[in-house]
Design a protein around this ligand. Structure first.
Ligand SMILES: Nc1ncnc2c1ncn2[C@@H]1O[C@H](COP(=O)(O)OP(=O)(O)O)[C@@H](O)[C@H]1O
Ligand SMILES: [Mg+2]
Length: 223
């Protein structure tokens, strides 16, 4: 089953064409690595897939739904429930304990607080930081906060997890551990994982590598 589909997606920042017609399908449970040199359009691609950026042309479908065709409230709900995002620096809310950071997407989706915390604890356990549930991000290492960011991305049970250089701020050992956590948690959930990376180790763990060059897919390799 296809859970993410980009067709002929184009995106420009003013005159700077960052994506020049990208077509890509990702199936449930699949792990896809997006690679390519800095500036080739990896983050732009991920942001279009996440609905953070709206393409100038082409379509993005998440869980079968064309993002551009949905009314704003439905699009927001689809993004909130079906897309999990992990960025380079966790982007956790600084003043909130991990458990509240991870529960936040559920609370925003109207879940009851006790149930949201229970689900959040499950995912903190999955990523190995359950003991840190009451700590705020500043009290933790980069690896620990990135693990919590993975838990937050998965807590709603999304069809697709999008990660933009999730190990980029970590040393190689913490990065490798985080990657294993991200892969394991995505598989545990059955979510597709699209991970932007410079790291060969990440690419080697994927089912497929898509190499971008100057806003187009240069080649695609099944691994
Ligand atoms: N906010 C922005 N404003 C203008 N140009 C941008 C912006 N973000 C990215 N770009 C440009 O778009 C192109 C693709 O960038 P990006 O998607 O960030 O690439 P990557 O993630 O592969 O490094 C680059 O030429 C970059 O300079
Ligand atoms: Mg980038």
């Amino acid at each position: 089953m296809t859970v993410l589909e980009l067709s002929d997606v184009e995106y420009s920042y003013r005159r700077n064409a960052a994506l020049k017609g990208v077509t890509l399908e990702v199936n449930a449970g699949e792990v896809v690595a997006i690679t390519g040199v800095s500036g080739c359009g990896k983050s732009t691609l991920l942001h279009c897939a996440a609905g953070i950026l709206t393409p100038d042309a082409g379509t993005v479908r998440v869980a079968g739904q064309d993002l551009a065709a949905l009314p704003e409230a439905d699009r927001a709900r689809l993004r909130r429930t079906q897309v999990g995002i992990v960025l380079q620096f966790g982007q956790l809310v600084p003043d909130l304990p991990l458990i509240d950071n991870v529960a936040l997407p559920l609370l925003l989706d109207g879940h009851e607080r006790g149930a949201a915390h229970e689900t959040a604890m499950h995912w903190l356990g999955q990523v190995g930081v359950a003991d840190e549930a009451d700590a705020v991000p500043a009290e933790l290492s980069g690896g620990q906060t990135q693990r919590a960011a993975v838990a937050r991305a998965l807590v709603t049970g999304p069809a697709v997890v999008l990660a933009d250089e999730p190990t980029g701020s970590l040393d190689s050992r913490a990065g490798q551990e985080l990657l294993e956590v991200l892969l394991r948690a995505s598989r545990h959930r059955g979510a597709a994982l699209v991970v932007v990376t410079h790291d060969n180790l990440v690419a080697a763990s994927a089912d497929r590598e898509i190499r971008l060059r100057d806003g187009v897919i240069q080649h695609e390799v099944a691994l």
